[in-house]
Write a protein that binds this ligand. Sequence first.
Ligand SMILES: Cc1ncc(COP(=O)(O)O)c(C=O)c1O
Length: 386
Amino acid sequence: MNASPGVQPLIPPQRDLFELPRDTCYLNAAYMGPMPRKAVAAGQDSYARKGQPWHYQVQADFFDAPETLRDRAAHLFGTSANDLALVPAASYGLATAARNLAPDAKSEILVLAEQFPSNVYVWRELAAEHGARLRTVSRSDSQSWTEAMLAAISTATSIVACPHVHWADGGALDLAAISDAARRQGAALVLDLTQSLGVMPFDLSAIQPDFAVAAAYKWLLGPYAMGFLYVAPHHQDGEPLEQNWIVRDKAEDFARLVDYADDHAIGARRFDMGERSNFQLVPAAIASTDAMLDWGADALSATLGANNRSLADRLAPLGLRETTPDRAAHYLSLSLPDGAPANLVAELASQKIYVSQRGDRMRITPHVYNDEADFDRFVSVLESLL
Ligand SMILES: Cc1ncc(COP(=O)(O)O)c(C=O)c1O
């Protein structure tokens, strides 16, 4: 690491820990993160074990492994394992939040314009069920999402459901300020951290959300169909989406499962998805999460931020403009110049350079495995196409 006094040390490129061919320039973590080699190996090993299920051990595989994952994931949120549930998707975590919130009739549930659909449909349904209203908060070009959200929060607000970073334009929200405003109105705060957790500092004690979810398959470099749900202590005796037998009292005793139990395991465990012991995904998710915790969100944010700053400076002369106020350091989403080819992203992909397009923006999201050779090639190929 390049440490200098008072400055967050930068992480050197970690390409060797990933299976990334040299001719592939993958700048698309916001779409799908690659799993590190160690996580891939853990996943392959877990499939081999499923071919010989007589080796499974009840305590180790059904209980200890998911607890290890819960504990690691809790560190990402800055909390303890008791506050975390294992879920298969952001949508599942958000549905759990909705199941446990009851907005007053005529109150407003606030979401951002063009927010990711997993954090919109569920609120549409809840609003309809309770006679509340879903209100979409837009921002003007010069306004940040924080300013727009703070202006929208009012005595009518019952729930604020938003991300830390907008998935399309990369705008970051000041969640402590939003939480403060929401709390003053007695509104609940539900967060989708899928585009930020692990690569952006998250101060749980300052933000105090009611619920916060993150899918693991993007920035967290984990397997698909795995995610983590933070549940604030005052919601932990709430209603889970499923009646999952393994989170009931004394579930460890497989011989006596039909001695049906009313009590749940402590904390947020009652919200775990069915089959949460997930022998195929849990070992890979532990390996990915361990890697993320080793690097740390502060160092990752500083490193990805420095890389993106320099990339944005090199792309500006090509007409790709930074137009998002309060852009998150790890997230580049640049407006394309007039006359940019409609098939630009496909052209880049044909040269093994991978980015996304969201509306009229190019979303460029490098991670810890990218290096200068990637950035040089991306800039020079873009130069030839624009
Ligand atoms: C902000 C955000 N949340 C969630 C998801 C994934 O949602 P789910 O896990 O419900 O499929 C995405 C995927 O692009 C996303 O960008």
